[in-house]
Ligand binder design. Sequence first.
Ligand SMILES: O=C(CO)[C@H](O)[C@H](O)COP(=O)(O)O
Length: 226
Amino acid sequence: MSKAKIAPSLLAADFGNLQRDVEMVNKSEADWHHIDIMDGVFVPNISYGMPVVKAISKHATKPLDVHLMIVDPDRYINTFAELGATYLTVHYEACTHLHRTIQAIKAAGMKAGVALNPHTNVNLLKNIIKDLDLVLIMSVNPGFGGQSFIENSYEKIRDAKELIKMNESKALVEVDGGVTIKNAKALIKAGADVLVAGSFIFKSGDPGTTIKELKAATDKWSIFEL
Ligand SMILES: O=C(CO)[C@H](O)[C@H](O)COP(=O)(O)O
């Protein structure tokens, strides 16, 4: 099996020192920059918008993994392509015409992901899974960092992996919310390919070292213990 990727969530970064924190991720052993866009409508919080993503993109040297927690995401697909997003993930619950949205993301040159809220059944993706590059299992209710991990997420990760396998999809399984070094092993064992971690990394005393430790631990589990 391939090694799990680490995607630090910049939602937990110090916005007064955003360039410093983006450069810390550049220099670290993390794989992607995870960028959370919240509109105050789909989720009860507003994070940041295009000017901030533009500033992140200017300094980031790793793939931008953009998670849209917004209604009607089709309006901004081309904008995020221009801003340099590698992955663009929309919410299943926010898309009336999900197939059309996914095709538009791919036509704009990005990899397409679908995120599922904690209550949303993974099997609802059955008819679109072959078209996806990423399935994002939300392991907290989206909108805020620093929440507790929802335990039934392990089962959803297993379900997503099974659906991907059954349909010969190449989609990666990403998990987001309440991820720490304590649950990382179980998440990888359940089938997670990408771990998003915000508070655990940025609220630690030394984020670069925390990423290194998380990466070292996940590499070990990916190779030797599963
Ligand atoms: O999408 C998100 C919130 O909606 C965040 O990426 C997620 O919550 C990560 O934060 P933390 O690791 O602090 O839980």
